[in-house]
Design a protein around this ligand. Structure first.
Ligand SMILES: Nc1ncnc2c1ncn2[C@@H]1O[C@H](COP(=O)(O)OP(=O)(O)OP(=O)(O)O)[C@@H](O)[C@H]1O
Ligand SMILES: [Mg+2]
Length: 252
């Protein structure tokens, strides 16, 4: 099982949009995928029609030690979801457990690797204990960078934090960058893309995700882009991104 956290402490860069639609694209291509919503905002769960307060979700697994299998909700063929759960935010305030608090998710997903080809975790826009649990449960980080100047700054900050944690714990993960909210005709967007390609050769996935109204609209219908407008740019881009990810995996 490949384990990927979609991570950035910067808000609104497309983590949830990418988690949701990449997972659907992989599932459509025949991969078995488990999505995990690690954000107390529960945007991913809500975007897929599951409302936070109605389920115990991953919160019960991490805070109450409940078995993970009982919180897996089947979504579609090849695709399951563990929703956030109403109490997930409490994890940030967990005072027991010392350094093992960072490894709760890693512990919980042990035993799932037989059942899935991909685990995809949607992270909150913060560098707290929830993001830490996601980071330590995976070996690949997918970092969405939106096509503007400030998101480049956010990226260097994130990479600094990740490097610090990884050095301390003596571990390392593959890091992939996906360009989101891309406008082909906007000069700034191309400058950002060229800079990323220069600074991080081999790490920037080939497909930039274009800005598309349909991608912004689909969550309000509780479905992915493939169930909303399967012929849109957004659907094409996420299918192409899924191919990039599969190819990178063969090179890992
Ligand atoms: N390619 C795109 N085209 C148009 N709108 C997009 C695109 N990607 C994301 N959006 C919209 O931008 C907003 C932020 O996206 P999203 O929720 O995926 O970001 P996020 O990084 O998960 O945010 P947060 O940090 O709050 O969790 C949403 O309204 C989403 O619909
Ligand atoms: Mg989000």
């Amino acid at each position: 099982m490949r384990k990927i956290a979609v991570i950035s402490q910067k808000g609104g860069v497309g983590k949830t949009t990418t988690s949701m639609n990449l997972a659907h694209a992989l599932a459509l291509s025949g991969k078995k995928v488990l999505l995990v919503d690690m954000d107390p905002q529960a945007n991913l769960s809500t975007s897929l029609g599951i409302h936070g307060s109605e389920v115990k979700g991953v919160a019960a697994v991490l805070l109450e030690n409940e078995p993970i299998a009982s919180h897996i909700a089947p979504l579609k063929e090849n695709l399951d979801l563990i929703p956030a759960g109403g109490k997930l935010g409490e994890l940030e305030f967990l005072s027991d457990g010392g350094s093992s608090r960072g490894f709760l998710l890693e512990q919980a997903i042990k035993g799932l690797s037989e059942s899935y080809d991909f685990l995809i975790i949607d992270c909150p826009p913060s560098a707290g204990l929830l993001g830490m649990n996601a980071m330590l449960a995976v070996n690949e980080l997918l970092i969405p960078v939106s096509s503007d100047y400030l998101s480049m700054q956010g990226l260097s900050r994130l990479l600094g934090i990740v490097q610090h944690i990884e050095e301390k714990l003596n571990r390392s993960s593959k890091k992939w960058i996906v360009i989101t909210r891309y406008h082909r005709r906007r000069r700034l967007a191309n400058e950002v893309r060229n800079k990323l390609l220069n600074y991080f050769p081999g790490r920037v996935l080939d497909t930039p995700i274009r800005e598309s109204v349909a991608l912004a609209e689909s969550p309000s219908y509780g479905v992915s882009i493939f169930d909303y407008k399967k012929l849109s740019f957004g659907a094409q881009d996420y299918l192409s991104l899924a191919r990039d990810i599969v190819l990178k995996g063969q090179a890992v």
